[in-house]
Design a protein around this ligand. Sequence first.
Ligand SMILES: [Zn+2]
Length: 293
Amino acid sequence: MPLVSAEKFVKAARENGYAVGGFNTNNLEWTQAILRAAESKKAPVLIQTSMGAAKYMGGYKVARNLIANLVESMNITVPVAIHLDHGHYEDSLECIEAGYTSIMFDGSHLPVEENLAKAREVVELAHSKGISVEAEVGTIGGEEDGIVGKGELAPIEDAIAMVETGIDFLAAGIGNIHGPYPENWEGLDLDHLKKLTEAVPGFPIVLHGGSGIPDEQIQEAIRLGVAKVNVNTEGQIAFANATREFSRAYDADEAGYDKKKLFDPRKFLAPGIKAVQDAVEDRIDVFGSANKA
Ligand SMILES: [Zn+2]
């Protein structure tokens, strides 16, 4: 299946009461793990790069072509969108040129009027090429690529104005945070989410910072109108833990590993990458998007 815009499958998720995953990738193996999970679960997915991850991979064209080529060579049959996560204005334009099929323009650090004006420009250009657009109002707590926020709740009137720019799905703070959740986190503000979805009826909402929110809160948020959940930290932690455990068991001579071969990166990375695939499959089940391709 060729790459697609995320517009149709995110809308279908909103209409049918489930959510699709927006999974961040970092490299070739990570992308393979996400694609294997999506294919085995028959789930539509967005594979996302942050600005920083794309830079790490060698730039937007490299990231875009790597994902696109794997979709083809792995004979992936489920719908896949290549999505820019938290892009500045210039990066959004660059990804539209590079062949991404979905863009998040994040102008949440700008004054509201400027955020709205730039979102309108990105929508016009992206939609002329069949590319879906996500934008953000308010800020989402934590830190992602230098965009820092305090975790406020998105102002409802800003959310309405942003939806009117013509975007396809909306990221809005509802007490969620990027990265691991602190001990004293008070949970999602589901009352605020309810007010938000009542103000923009039927419009798909995106939940950022999906890693570490209790599953029942995520599922309640999906019932209320969340149709895309972003997952980044969860995959990273799964990878790091499995790799550490592999290394520890090897050093302790516990698992009977062939020590002659452990310098081979294909062997060394395998347990961590399998853990990423398992984590993605688990999230797809929680979000309800298995067998929705
Ligand atoms: Zn985010």
